[in-house]
Design a protein around this ligand. Sequence first.
Ligand code: AGP
Length: 587
Amino acid sequence: MCGIIGYRGSRDATAVVLEGLKKLEYRGYDSFGVASLAVNKLVVFKQVGAISDFGYADMPLTRTNLAVGHTRWATHGAVTTANAHPQLSNDGKIAVLHNGIIDNWEALRQLLVHEGFTFSSGTDTEVIPNLIQLYISKGYAFHDAMRTTLQHLHGSYAVIVLHEDFDEIAFAKVGSPLLVGRGDNEFFIASDLSAFAKYTTNVVVLPDFHYGFITSNVSLFSLDSESRVEIPYQTIAVDVDEEEDPAIQQYMLKEIMEQPRVLLRAIDQSKDRFELLAEIIRKSQKVFFTGCGTSFHAGLAASYFFASVAKINCTPFLSSETGKLVEFFDDKSVLIALSQSGETADVLDAVKLAKNRGAVVIALVNVQGTTLPLLADHTLYLRAGVERCVLSTKTFTAQLGLLYLLAHTVAGNFSLAHTILNQLAASIQEVLITQAAVIRQVAEKTYNNSDYFIIGRDFASACAVEGALKIKEVSYIHAEGFAGGELKHGTLALVRESIPTVVLVTPDTRTRILSNAMEVKSRKGCIIGVDSLPNSVFDYFIQIPHVSEGLSLLLCIPLQLLAYNLAILRGCDPDKPRNLAKSVTVQ
Ligand code: AGP
């Protein structure tokens, strides 16, 4: 998942692009590159590393009025300068920046080699500039060469193209996100709005199979009909994007700590909206949850309280595993799609499949101006503000809060749930403050372990899975979260002396989960209890307030802080873990 941005206007285009790349860095930070057009001369700078580690002065770039930039998360080709974007044509006149995957790149590469082209990168992207060069060499005008090239590409792409001889930005979109922003005699184009929202939020969110050209205006074409199309601009009201504060060392900790406020903001939405969605759910015959990673875990946890509170049996499924489940979608189905970014390719694919079968789609999204809200029939925004850390923490709590409120609204208890959630925000605050020291102590004692187990029962088993994801993705310790009852069915074989096992205790499951804890303890495992009550089986006790409702919103809080502390102790970057990106826009 890469980030791309382009600018044409009267500002210092290179400065606008570099600034925008820093906003997009969460999409990938292996390497970055900038291309600018200075008096019919293409100037290119590429570098391995994160853009935020470099300044304008470090780059041999000059002030121009047209520039493009790319920050990379490697899909094809190692993390090297040669594989950084822009990728250039053999004649060096065409620069292409790409987010997505060209499925038929090998066949195209062979065709181009046959035509005498050579390749200097391991990327799929490099076929694009050379195809354009090939068609121009056969007499095509630049625009026709662009269109013909696109017609030969299979796969997903958001591409931005510069040609040295033309003072314009060419672009195209299939599958990966791309927006055009309109300012005062200036245009922006980027993977998401955050890259240029400080200048304008008047945008066109490009639909799939469209391409176009930015000159002193924007011309847009359908790739299918090849005809020119007009798509109205819309002004997207975006949450105030807290400027990146250089004083903030780690966004992960900041975003964990702001969860009480985020939860209150998330649920501060009109009751009528929830009643409308609740009625849709009541009238449906099947309810599905889908998402990936942490968003899936929110749906998994929600399926428990939809069963207990709304008395609805929901089916949570991983978006990448839709498979044969699609047979069960119909016009009596509701799909609740969860995605912080609104651009996760697997989620978008699952939503399209469900819509094709007539299902109603309710989306829970954080980032505005993204693709998922365009596909959904109804969207609830998380209103969590920009989540800069690659790990989802505050948006997980916002998702759970909204789903908890929705489940209770289905059961006719909106006001009761709203009151409970307000109380839970205070309980989250209490845990964050009173348990920080013991959680740090647990991390200090266990950060050298190679494995971590987290067990829970009922909805706490979903929290266990989520907690394990947090630990492994930020501290690189192998962590496994699972239902405590499963220990004796195999995983117990891995239990050995001192292996840390977090035990998530709920009032209804306390007896059983503590006996699972004893199974570990009797084999000299280290037990970290998360409970409202102490217990002699605990080697460490992380105390959470006793709450009669909504406990799933509390159980992950200590696990988030534990993951953060383990990462710091192990010298890991808590905001930009290795190999990961914030928005996974490829399948
Ligand atoms: C969670 O910490 C990860 N960042 C990842 O699992 C994430 O939840 C997943 O990629 C889904 O992203 P989305 O919510 O933007 O769709």
